[in-house]
Design a protein around this ligand. Structure first.
Ligand SMILES: [Mn+2]
Length: 340
């Protein structure tokens, strides 16, 4: 399989000006691992500083989430700026270069668009702002995303490692999407999650229930995990789903949402039944999967228009507003189709 999405990610809290500098440093550090050329690295630093400053100036606090992304074997960096500030009244006017409401929310978006790719903004007055963009090496022409996705995976605050994990593996007309939540949190949960992901990578050609069986066997020496695999066939508009334990998953499209079924149990320890379920996955619809660090009672209707935007904005909204705050969290959104 090719096109493994990397789990390499940075999350930086911004609550003062030093947070903006820290975000610039931390994202530069991440970018160094993908060897951006000097021009692209400079533009990334500029863009992160601009996005981070906007968060601090207009919302007082928020977060920058950056991760390594891969497309056609090129590596780039995706940045999402997340705040719960006053929001932007007119996003499209703000995106126009030279828009003259300097100092108001959104005033830097034109500048941001000049130095980044695929800039997307979701904002509503009173509902905060979510900004997403990509930066790629200058020498590469990177094709449009065939299946757009966004994911945030973060450790419980106070922990050094994350007991959740995820992977997206693409190849030969199918996509394997896997989310795992190692029991509890901390190093032992992280070890279980890591073993689960390695097992999925080794078994990615198999069917969904075989993948879950393999994970169950591999996790026996660990403390165990909840996990689910969604085996997508985008062209046939199908999703075969198989899960054990508390991973929430649904497919949403045209205003309707369908939850997918996992059986109870703990992989590695107690599994009564491994069963595949098949669901329609129409073009344009969104797969959303998350661990129980995210509360289950969210509703995308609270974010008008977000369902048709880049999935990274969807995962950012759920992360911002539905984080229970007492566990590791993973939230992943993937569209059958491109970005916006
Ligand atoms: Mn959990």
């Amino acid at each position: 399989m090719s096109g493994t999405s990397s789990a390499r990610q940075r999350i930086i809290d911004i609550s003062d000006a030093s947070g903006v500098a820290e975000a610039r440093r931390s994202v530069a550090d991440l970018a160094a691992t993908v060897q951006l050329d000097e021009v692209a690295a400079g533009e990334l630093a500029l863009a992160v500083t601009e996005a981070g400053s906007n968060v601090f100036k207009h919302a007082g606090r928020g977060r920058i989430v950056a991760r390594v992304i891969e497309r056609s074997s090129a590596l780039g960096v995706e940045v999402v700026a997340i705040d719960k500030g006053p929001g932007i009244a007119n996003v499209s006017a703000s995106m126009r270069d030279g828009h003259s409401t300097s100092g108001t929310p959104g005033s830097g978006l034109g500048a941001l668009r000049r130095v980044t790719s695929d800039l997307e903004v979701w904002s509503r007055p009173g509902a905060g702002t979510l900004v997403r963009f990509e930066v790629w090496p200058k020498a590469r022409s990177v094709p449009a995303e065939a299946l757009a996705s966004g994911v945030i995976c973060a450790e419980k605050s106070g922990e050094d490692v994350c007991g959740d994990g995820w992977t997206v593996l693409q190849g030969r007309g199918r996509v394997v999407v896997f989310v795992v939540d190692g029991l509890g949190h901390g190093p032992e949960a992280a070890a279980a999650a890591r073993i689960a992901i390695e097992t999925v990578e080794r078994n990615a050609q198999r069917n969904a229930s075989e993948i879950i069986d393999a994970v169950h066997s591999a996790l026996r020496p660990t403390r165990g995990a909840a996990a689910a695999v969604a085996l997508l066939q985008p062209e046939s508009e199908l999703c075969v789903y198989c899960g054990i334990g508390n991973i929430a998953a649904s497919i949403r499209g045209a205003g309707a949402s369908r939850s997918m079924v996992s059986h109870n149990g703990t992989l590695g320890h107690q599994v009564r039944k491994v069963q595949e379920f098949q669901y329609p996955f129409p073009k344009g619809s969104l797969l959303i999967m998350h661990s129980d660090g995210i509360a289950t009672h969210w509703d995308l209707a609270a974010y008008p228009g977000i369902e048709s935007r880049h999935p990274a904005l969807v995962s950012a909204a759920l992360y911002r507003d539905h984080n229970r705050g007492r566990d590791d969290i993973t939230v992943l959104a993937l569209r059958n189709g491109g970005g916006a």
